[in-house]
Design a protein around this ligand. Structure first.
Ligand code: FE
Length: 236
């Protein structure tokens, strides 16, 4: 009987050793590493993903905000598909080689005119870096054909926006008040046209006048006028 207990004890010890060996030898390390790796990757992913998502969202928001803040006037005044700004005759006084300047008023006397607007496509998309070449008569209705007074070209900004600072042109025989301009998208066709002023009696007797080319007066006094006009042009 004593022998039986000895055998039983021996078997128990052998069984414990086997379990212990199994526990010790259990390749939990790889499993643990795998789990740990997976956890690390998951953690890393969890750490990276929100950042990436936040960054993407921020970028998108910035783009949206940027787009929204850059074109409100254009969007408000443009309904796609918009009719292209009509072309009219160039007239006899265009001179190539005007200086690059958005302010062509120089030392001219008269009513200061600040004209702002956008250059857009027919689907109301801004045309960046569009060329706008303005020329006009002074307040007395006279052109400078020897120099470049009241002549200047400029380029629209990334949102298609432009601003011209000049004087309200005077009348000259046979013509109502008008400003000449050539507008061209980069590598696009040249639009040659003229802008007109509302409530000018001579508009009705001017054969070139087109009501689609009327600027919109925003404010006016004896000394200054602010107005707007959007050009709708072809890009190709
Ligand atoms: Fe003219």
């Amino acid at each position: 009987m004593k022998q039986f207990w000895k055998i039983l004890l021996l078997l128990s010890l052998l069984g414990l050793a086997a379990c212990g060996g199994q526990t010790t030898a259990t390749p939990t390390s790889p499993a643990a590493i795998s789990t740990q790796s997976a956890t690390s990757v998951a953690t890393a992913a969890a750490t990276v993903s929100p950042t990436a998502t936040t960054a993407s969202t921020a970028t998108l928001a910035a783009t949206t905000q940027s787009g929204t803040t850059q074109t409100p006037a254009a969007v408000n005044d443009c309904t796609a598909p918009a009719a292209l700004t009509p072309a009219v005759t160039e007239g006899p006084y265009f001179k190539a080689g005007s200086p690059e300047s958005a302010t062509i008023i120089g030392s001219q006397t008269g009513t200061k005119l600040t004209l702002t607007g956008y250059v857009l496509t027919a689907d109301c998309k801004p045309v960046a870096h569009a060329l706008l070449d303005f020329w006009q008569a002074n307040a007395q209705g006279q052109y400078d054909n020897s120099g470049y007074t009241l002549r200047g070209h400029q380029y629209s900004d990334a949102s298609g926006h432009f601003q011209l600072v000049t004087v309200v042109p005077g009348l000259y025989p046979g013509r109502t008040e008008h400003i000449h301009v050539k507008v061209q998208a980069p590598n696009g066709p040249i639009l040659t046209t003229q802008l007109f002023f509302p409530n000018v009696n001579q508009n009705q007797s001017d054969s070139i006048y087109d009501p689609n080319l009327l600027i919109k007066i925003q404010s006016a006094s004896a000394s200054s006028v602010t107005a707007s006009f959007n050009f709708i042009i072809a890009k190709q």
